[in-house]
Write a new protein. Structure first.
Length: 256
């Protein structure tokens, strides 16, 4: 049977275990404990073993790893009065555990809210073409503004990325028509440049033929040879007298 002294001893042992459990904390490498003593901030501790005075000290655990947060889709009116829905993702981490606890009530919620308002503000100053074509520039502007607001909270915003820009159906059709028209314009320009180059080459060939009439006659004979090679049927070509004149003149010269 357990006596009063044994009950007291068990009570003391249990109390000691509870006190030690509350007095000793373990902070991982990516964590810090912000310690308050009787409500007064005495600093942050960790990593490793952290010793606290029971009842007197209170510790708040803060993670230092990078946090990935999705910014909910926001309805935005661009500078050229186009309504789009944009969502983004933000990467940030705590660089000052003391500021994250003492300067803002909930740094995760506060960072999310400032990211949403900044997204609407910055993208509302952009035109639709800038938002679609200059995504890197927009991301950099968002990162700088959000980081400037969260700096007093001990939060460092590393990256902000616009994930998706959702356009109205009529705007998607208009952009598709614009892209198709641009492709047709380029095709016509390329075709016109090809015709111009071909015409220039024909003009050069005409100049050569005009200067050397024999070249036309040689081309005529080459065409006859190509037709005779490709077709098995008999082909009759009338030979103009002017064509033979050059050969007749050359034969007379050699005879004389």
């Amino acid at each position: 049977m357990i006596g009063p002294s044994q009950v007291l001893l068990i009570f003391v042992v249990v109390l000691a275990i509870v006190v030690l459990a509350n007095a000793i904390r373990v902070a991982r490498e990516y964590e810090r404990f912000v310690v308050f003593r009787l409500g007064r901030l005495i600093g942050d501790k960790g990593p490793g073993l952290v010793f606290l005075i029971p009842i007197v000290d209170r510790a708040v655990r803060v993670g230092l790893r990078t946090v990935t947060m999705d910014v909910p889709p926001q309805d935005i009116i661009t500078r050229d009065n186009v309504t789009v829905k944009v969502n983004a993702v933000i990467y940030f981490r705590v660089i000052s555990a003391k500021a994250a606890v003492t300067q803002v009530e909930d740094y995760l919620f506060a960072t999310s809210q400032i990211a949403q308002t900044t997204l609407r503000s910055i993208l509302g100053q952009q035109e639709l073409d800038e938002l679609l074509a200059e995504r890197e520039k927009v991301n950099q502007a968002l990162q700088q503004v959000i980081d400037r607001h969260t700096e007093p909270w001990g939060v460092k915003v590393a990256t902000v990325e616009v994930k998706n820009v959702e356009l109205p159906q009529e705007m998607q059709r208009a952009i598709a028509r614009q892209a198709e028209a641009e492709r047709e314009r380029r095709a016509k320009v390329i075709n016109a440049e090809g015709e111009f180059q071909a015409a220039a080459r024909l003009a050069d060939a005409a100049k050569v033929i005009a200067a050397q009439p024999v070249a036309l006659q040689l081309r005529y004979l080459q065409t006859l040879a190509e037709i005779a090679t490709e077709n098995n049927s008999t082909t009759i070509f009338p030979v103009p007298v002017d064509f033979l004149a050059a050969f007749m003149a050359a034969s007379s010269t050699r005879a004389g």
